[in-house]
Design a protein around this ligand. Sequence first.
Ligand SMILES: O=C(O)CCC(=O)C(=O)O
Ligand SMILES: [Fe+2]
Length: 285
Amino acid sequence: MTDLTRLAASAPAEDVVAALTRDGAVIVHDFLGPEALSRFNTELDPLLAAAEPDHGGEFVNTVIAAFYGDAVRHVTGLAGKSQAFVDEVLQHPLYDAVCRSVLGPVCAQHLLNVGQVMDRGPGAERQILHRDRQTWNHVPPSLGEIEVSSVIALRDFTADNGATVLAPGSHTWPWDRKAEEHELVVAEMPAGSAVVYLGNTVHAGGANTTADTWRRGIHVSFCAGWLRTEENQYLVTGPEQAVRLSAQARALLGYTAHDAIMTGGGYLGTVELVSPDTLLDAGRL
Ligand SMILES: O=C(O)CCC(=O)C(=O)O
Ligand SMILES: [Fe+2]
């Protein structure tokens, strides 16, 4: 396969899901329309200007420091920092449809796992090829998909400025199978497009070999609602912000209990034995 299937955001969600589950990844053009893109980029400009590529050396550990390198600017916790992210990305109807289809069979409600800008700068090396689902290595691969991931291009993505590379079909490979170079495709796409891929799909942020072009993208992923999320969304968006958000946004950030009682499971994430959003509405949180 030399390229991924490319669909318009207006395509039926079933078509997106069909390509995604067949190939492990799909490119969606015009995922963000021109106005949403411009609004989002304007909000991000000052945040990125203040972001240091090496994070002042502050990473959770040295492996992550090596994974991100020192040429990538991050703006993390977007749900708490950008209203455009909440309005245009977090609640995007296509994410909703895809996550309900892919993650619905394994959870009562999916959650935002990561929402962060990855602005790959000149000199950024290709990330180690990985599967985002490795985050939860204690969950047996036999369970199948527990994560839907994506990278949205906020500037044009090209092969030389660090566009994401992916191995189509790798979501069905044995867990320990490595990708060969010839099996990789580059998600070149115009600003506003997104590459959506499964947690089991092998991929990496690409190398930026340009002299002066930053590859501005956002990494957005959703996971089954009974998993611990990479970004601590309760602290990213505290109750004082969550109280002003829609029911959908609150649910995606974990302010709704994960209630699997009717399918023979239990409940997760309550406060005083009720769903936190009930307390938010009552002014008790
Ligand atoms: O920025 C990209 O293109 C991909 C980033 C990624 O795969 C990751 O950080 O897990
Ligand atoms: Fe990744």
